[in-house]
Design a protein around this ligand. Structure first.
Ligand SMILES: [Zn+2]
Ligand SMILES: [Zn+2]
Length: 344
């Protein structure tokens, strides 16, 4: 048996809102098509923070203890009997979804929309704030040595940003306004740059986040507190809405050029917003929902390892597994924090 497995499995378990406890946790077992991964880095996502603070997102309720975390990378320590493309010792990043594989969405490649998808850290399924987890081998991707584990963990949010630019079919030389300069906004902006967008404006109301935009030379920062209707921004080909602010869509639609597009990535916490769709009609705009991603990992890994996307600059705070509650609180409360990672 691999020596590493002599260390018992442990996980940071959310018992109730704001209450995370480090617990001994069952040793994961690989089914025939699974791998067991020793986790080295897990990014803290906005959804984790929401479950931590409120115990629910919409109708997804944490009604029993749950392990959060779905942006994970590590090393394969065991493989199922049918797995041939991965072996113990391989450095990998985990795509955290397990679709059914035999419904119409799965057949057509839209497996992110599978009604029976199991997604890590979405109740009732456990996530990766743990020493070891099991993952389907088909959704576990080898990473080059040039990518650190913490960068590899951020392949997950990069996949979200990349998927938004894919849904918009963003063209070289295009212009894009990104609302919300959090991790997803910064990564969507970098994905847009990698696709050849030449004018990329990142807008936020938070001064700390606006300041951080300057870390990325391809971006222009916009202060939405001073200019809430985006009037100082020239028309753009596309808007990627990552803030979830209920007013953002109504304000952004008139800034999109005729036949341009809007991608909806941010989650509106109230679930209710009144939107004036007239500019979308009158300009024949295309509005795209963006729900996670499908088929993005290989290209996200290629972009990050080529240096075209900078994942390192997005990481601001690091914590041990026993500090998972602090990592979640930091991501929740500190506006100068962009991306916290837990290093189990
Ligand atoms: Zn996430
Ligand atoms: Zn399916």
């Amino acid at each position: 048996m691999n020596a590493i497995l002599t260390r018992p499995n442990r996980a940071a378990v959310l018992l109730s809102p704001n209450h995370v406890e480090l617990q001994d946790w069952p040793e994961p077992a690989a089914g025939p098509n699974d791998v067991v991964v020793e986790i080295s880095a897990v990014g803290v996502c906005g959804s984790d923070v929401h479950y931590f603070r409120h115990g629910r997102i919409g109708n997804l309720v944490c009604d029993r203890p749950i392990v959060l975390g779905h942006e994970a990378a590590g090393t394969v320590v065991a493989t199922g009997s049918a797995v041939t493309h991965l072996a113990p010792g391989d450095r990998v990043t985990l795509e955290p979804q397990r679709p059914c594989g035999h419904c119409e969405q799965c057949w057509s490649g839209a497996y992110n929309l599978c009604r029976d998808v199991v997604f890590m850290a979405t109740p009732p399924y456990h996530g990766a704030f743990a020493r070891r987890v099991v993952n389907p081998a088909d959704f576990t991707f080898a990473i080059p040595d040039s990518l650190s584990f913490e960068e590899a963990a951020l392949i997950e949010p990069l996949a979200v940003g990349l998927w938004a630019t894919e849904r918009l079919d963003l063209k070289p030389g295009s212009s894009v306004l990104i609302i919300g300069a959090g991790p997803i906004g910064l990564l969507a902006g970098q994905a847009a740059a990698a696709r050849g967008a030449t004018r990329i404006v990142l807008s936020d109301i938070n001064p700390a986040r606006i300041g951080l935009v300057s870390r990325f030379p391809r971006f222009t920062a916009h202060d939405a507190a001073a200019d809430p209707a985006y009037e100082t921004i020239a028309e753009v080909d596309a808007v990627i809405e990552c803030s979830g602010a209920p007013t953002a869509v109504t304000r952004a639609l008139p800034r999109i050029r005729p036949r341009g597009g809007l991608a909806l990535v941010g989650i509106n916490p109230t679930g209710v917003a009144s939107v004036d769709f007239w500019p979308a009609m009158e300009r024949e705009l295309s509005i795209h929902g963006v729900f996670r991603y499908a088929g993005m990992y290989p290209r996200a890994i290629a972009l990050a390892s080529s240096g075209l996307v900078d994942l390192k600059s997005v990481i601001t705070d690091r914590f041990g597994l026993e500090e998972t509650a602090a990592a979640l609180a930091k991501a929740s409360d500190d506006p100068s924090s962009i991306k916290s990672v837990v290093l189990p």
